[in-house]
Structure formats: structure tokens, C-alpha cells
Design a protein around this ligand. Structure first.
Ligand SMILES: NC(=O)c1ccc[n+]([C@@H]2O[C@H](COP(=O)([O-])OP(=O)(O)OC[C@H]3O[C@@H](n4cnc5c(N)ncnc54)[C@H](O)[C@@H]3O)[C@@H](O)[C@H]2O)c1
Length: 333
């Protein structure tokens, strides 16, 4: 049984609290948050204790921590938790700064403790099945990957200002999905972005709509499309063209009813947002962490994966600003 503490008691922490509590191999012992009321409320909901982060890290009976705090705290908390001997699952992204994430990786290596990054979409049953089909050779060799990732509505501009921007906060999931499916990092990235959904997002220095093209050393290509607004719901699709066929992972719908009349053929909208679409993925992500940590096996997503995706976010940000392609190697040196 893995004794676990949750750092952060916000939006995504609630999802993780459910996953930790419902997994037969883990127990939620404590919750911390700089907002003591939020910690107390979430802890009470799951029969755990509200404690300070210091008290959690000093408690030798706690085996693992799940970091679900604001992004700018991740590297510091990963370093402190691993130095205190805890296994860690930390939400994406590792940090707002690539250099800081890299120094965190160096510090973690000296502790030998396992750190997994929360790229939950790898555990989505649809995307996992697409990847499994590719790995079994069912469409031959991958040639052209296309990832569509549209949110239903933009977050408040106050969130945008501290998020690190669309490429670090939102498209980072798609960068990791590209790495997961293609099994390699790209060589070059070309990005364009615009603030066509909300000019206030542009005034805050960010974009709300973007396309990034990734080119690989062996000639493969990937295209990622993001928007902060899709009025019909959360649009999350992956399409992969291979030498012997095509794989497509479609949206999850609110229901499967299709109405056919003389007026046409209609169906339900996609599920609203990430809490609806990815709930099974968050549970599967946590289950994979528990199995790896208790069994001492390799984690399915590593800190290095988090840094690889963050480097791509950095390259895309630079490319969108400069209007020219950026090599991934140039941001990693
Ligand atoms: N994987 C996903 O699908 C997904 C979805 C949403 C958010 N996230 C990530 O999860 C993180 C949290 O996002 P959220 O939407 O839950 O934000 P949130 O603002 O709702 O929650 C963050 C919480 O962290 C607390 N906090 C901040 N600094 C702290 C510290 N030093 N110690 C303890 N608590 C602290 C805040 O008080 C707040 O309650 C972000 O990094 C975000 O990128 C991931």
C-alpha cells in the first residue's frame, strides 16, 4: 500500500484525489495547499488530513507525493520531495523555464527517486489503442501525424498571464503526444499563432490559436493545431497516416445516438472538457504510477519526457515570435 500526500488542492487536485483514493494500491493520507481552507476541504472529502508541505515531507511514512500546485512551484517541490525520499508524480509542465527544469533534473538524479510527469493523454484508451496499433505494424511505417486539440472556451486572462503561454500550458500535451506516437523528438519546429479568439489574450502577450509543424530526421512530419475555443465542445483527435493505412482516434461524444431524418443526419457533441473526456485517463495514469513505484519498474512517463516536451514548447514560442523555423537542438544547448 502506497501512502500518498497531495500537494495542491485546486481544480486538477480534486481529480487526482479521486484516483488516489479509489486505487486499491494507494491511500490518500494528507493534503497541503497555501490556501489552508482549500486543503482542509479536499482532505475532509477524502478522509485525509490537511497538513503543511513541510510536515508532509518530514513524515517518513509517506511514500509518494502528487504535485498538483501551480506550475511555477513544480521544480522546487519536485526537488524538495525527492530529497525527502518521496516518489513523485508531478503535473505538467515541469516548469515555465526550460533551464530551471533541466537543473531540477540534475538535482533529482542525485536522489535516485522516481519522478513521473502527468501527461495523462498517453493513458487515454483511444490514443493508447492508436499507439498500440502502430507498434503492432498495422499501418506500416508512420509518415504523417495530425493532432487536433481545441478547448471549448478560453480561460480567464488572469490565468493566461501566469500560464507560460499556449505552447507551454496547452500544446505541451500535444508535444508529448507527438513524442509518444512518433517515438522520437522532431529536428525542426515551425509555429504560427494568433489571438483571433480574444484580443485581450494577445494584449497579455499570448496566442489563442496556433499551428505547429514538426519535421523529423527520417523525413516524417507532424502537424499540431490548437485553439482555445471550439463552440461545440472539447475537440481531441489524432490521425496518423502510415505506409499501409490510416489510424484515427475520434472524440468521445456525450452519447452515441445518431438521428437520421429527411433534414439530415445529426449526433451528439463531444464531451465538454478535460474533466469529462480524460477522467479514465487520470485513473489509468495513477494506476501506472502505483504499479511502477511499488514494483520498482520503469515509469511510463519520465522527467526527461517532461523536459523534451518543454523544449518543444520553447522552440515553438521562439518560432511563433520570429516567424522562422527553430531547431530543437538550438534550445537544448
Ligand atoms: N494534466 C491535465 O490535464 C491538467 C489539467 C489542469 C491543470 N493541470 C496542471 O495542474 C497544475 C494546477 O492546475 P489547476 O488548474 O489545478 O490550478 P488551480 O489554481 O486550480 O490549483 C492550484 C492550487 O495550488 C495551490 N498552490 C500554489 N502554490 C502552492 C504551494 N507552493 N504549495 C501548496 N499549494 C500551492 C493554489 O493555492 C491552488 O489551490 C498546473 O500546473 C496545470 O498546468 C494539468
Amino acid at each position: 500500500m502506497l501512502n500518498v500526500a497531495l500537494l495542491g488542492a485546486g481544480r486538477i487536485a480534486g481529480v487526482h484525489a479521486t484516483a488516489i483514493s479509489t486505487n486499491p494500491g494507494s491511500r490518500l493520507v494528507a493534503v497541503s495547499d497555501i490556501n489552508a481552507d482549500a486543503a482542509a476541504k479536499l482532505a475532509a472529502q477524502y478522509g485525509a488530513e490537511a497538513r503543511t508541505t513541510d510536515a508532509i515531507l518530514a513524515d517518513a511514512s509517506i511514500d509518494a507525493v502528487l504535485i498538483a500546485t501551480s506550475t511555477d512551484t513544480h521544480s522546487d517541490l519536485i526537488e524538495r520531495a525527492t530529497a525527502a525520499g518521496k516518489a513523485v508524480l508531478c503535473e505538467k509542465p515541469v516548469d515555465l523555464s526550460l533551464a530551471r527544469a533541466q537543473s531540477c533534473q540534475t538535482a533529482v538524479a542525485s536522489t535516485g527517486k522516481p519522478v513521473m510527469i502527468g501527461f495523462n493523454r498517453r493513458f487515454d484508451p483511444n490514443f493508447a489503442a492508436l499507439k498500440a496499433a502502430l507498434d503492432k505494424g498495422e499501418i506500416g511505417k508512420a509518415e504523417l501525424l495530425s493532432i487536433t486539440s481545441f478547448d471549448p472556451a478560453p480561460p480567464p486572462v488572469a490565468y493566461i498571464k501566469v500560464s507560460g503561454g499556449l505552447f507551454r500550458d496547452m500544446m505541451i500535451h500535444d508535444f508529448d503526444m507527438a513524442n509518444f506516437i512518433m517515438g522520437a523528438s522532431p529536428v525542426t519546429m515551425s509555429a504560427v499563432g494568433t489571438s483571433i479568439v480574444d484580443p485581450a489574450i494577445g494584449a497579455a502577450g499570448d496566442v489563442d490559436t496556433a499551428v505547429v509543424t514538426l519535421t523529423y530526421a527520417d523525413g516524417r512530419i507532424a502537424v499540431i493545431k490548437n485553439s482555445r475555443r471550439a463552440v461545440y465542445g472539447y475537440d481531441q483527435r489524432v490521425e496518423l497516416l502510415g505506409s499501409e493505412g490510416l489510424l484515427q482516434a475520434q472524440n468521445m461524444l456525450e452519447n452515441t445516438v445518431v438521428k437520421s431524418t429527411t433534414a439530415g443526419v445529426t449526433g451528439a457533441k463531444p464531451t465538454y472538457f478535460f474533466l469529462e473526456r480524460y477522467m479514465p485517463a487520470y485513473a489509468a495514469e495513477w494506476a501506472a504510477f502505483v504499479v511502477a513505484v511499488t514494483g520498482g519498474t520503469v515509469l511510463p512517463v519520465t522527467l526527461a519526457d517532461g523536459i523534451a516536451a518543454l523544449a518543444m514548447a520553447e522552440a515553438a514560442t521562439l518560432s511563433a515570435r520570429s516567424g522562422t523555423p527553430v531547431s530543437l537542438a538550438s534550445v537544448l544547448t
